[in-house]
Design a protein around this ligand. Structure first.
Ligand code: TRP
Length: 335
């Protein structure tokens, strides 16, 4: 008899629709989401509820959600294999978040570095949602009994808190939630700003040349790479004090699959100009099919609607089971 295949592990991750998707989001996160689709049971969301912790302009927010959904589909998320829904379409997220808020301590939330950073940056709007954001994130993850959560370094503290909340709840009520593990992908590149390579590439950078958007035209991408900040050594090698070149090498390596050593050999005796052109061209080629698919999806809202409705329906059903279980344990009388 054929051996029973092991049940696929559940992967959950989400990204906020807070602007255009960047090359950093793509190489650091979304490309790994697509790579995980065959091996795991993948559940992905656009975390729109998280985004309103920072004030959004109505028309722009709506546009960002549609564009982010189209971009992520274009990166290769396949709604036949994975769930890819919009967080606010699945009502259990906000519901479980409220409950988890009551099992999360003020002190824990106060220690979150992202809260401290964001409340300093948006001092005029330090709202309660910004403070309790990690319990919404915990709800996202715990609702699906996720085994693994691919996250970047900036979300590790939030994931750690999700694990603590899960363990605390289970400690009181028995096994209700899986305790999720962080998943740090082997080939996840950390893409830095092209203008200040000591900082992460960010869509909110005031210098437009710092950040490459997936939707940038090829000549814009080339221009940004040609202007990338480097150093005065003029040798393509990976090393200390060479943040700009290290970043470009990391990007080139992530896109071409070449090792750092292979890249050093390839550009031996060549100048930074040649290297920057090669990196720019490799990125343009990598993004060309993504951009083509994006153009198709963004002009076909009914297709996107079909995808997100189907995913949300399944997500709602699955997550409702976890929510009901948690509520029952607490003592709520279910309807
Ligand atoms: N907070 C994450 C970010 O800003 C997005 C997010 C929301 C998330 N819910 C999540 C990531 C659950 C992983 C798991 O990047």
């Amino acid at each position: 008899m054929e051996q029973q295949t092991e049940k696929k592990k559940v992967v959950f991750s989400a990204i906020q629709p807070s602007g255009t998707i960047t090359l950093g989001n793509y190489l650091g996160a979304i490309r790994n989401w697509t790579a995980m689709q065959n091996e795991f049971n993948c559940i992905y969301a656009l975390a729109d509820l998280h985004t309103i912790t920072v004030r959004q302009e109505t028309a722009q927010f709506r546009k960002n959600i549609l564009e982010a959904y189209a971009s992520i589909l274009a990166c290769g998320i396949d709604p036949e294999k994975s769930l890819f829904f919009i967080q606010s379409h699945v009502t259990t997220h906000a519901q479980l978040a409220w409950i988890l808020n009551c099992y999360t301590q003020f002190g824990e939330l106060s220690r979150m570095t992202q809260f401290k950073d964001k409340s300093a940056r948006h001092a005029d709007n330090v709202n309660a949602g910004l403070f309790t954001y990690p319990s919404l994130m915990a709800a996202d993850i715990l609702l699906y009994q996720a085994d693994m959560v691919p996250v970047g370094a900036d979300q590790k503290q939030h994931l750690e808190l999700s694990r603590n909340i899960s363990e605390r709840f289970n400690g009181i009520y028995g096994n209700v939630f899986k305790v999720p593990e962080p998943y740090i992908p082997q080939n996840g590149a950390r893409v830095m700003s092209l203008q200040d390579p000591t900082k992460k590439m960010s869509k909110s950078d005031t210098n437009v040349n710092a950040c490459v958007s997936l939707m940038d035209a090829p000549d814009t991408i080339m221009k940004k790479f040609k202007r990338a900040v480097t150093d005065s050594e003029a040798v393509v090698r990976f090393g200390e004090g060479k943040d700009g070149i290290n970043n470009l090498m990391g990007i080139y390596s992530a896109v071409t699959g070449k090792s750092l050593e292979q890249i050093e050999n390839e550009f031996e005796g060549k100048g930074y100009g040649d290297f920057k052109t090669a990196v720019g061209e490799a990125v343009v080629e990598e993004l060309r099919p993504v951009k083509e698919r994006y153009d198709k999806y963004i002009s076909d809202k009914s297709y996107m609607e079909e995808c997100w409705k189907k995913s949300a329906e399944i997500a709602q059903k699955f997550s409702q089971r976890t929510l009901d279980k948690a509520m029952k344990k607490i003592g709520f009388v279910l309807k």
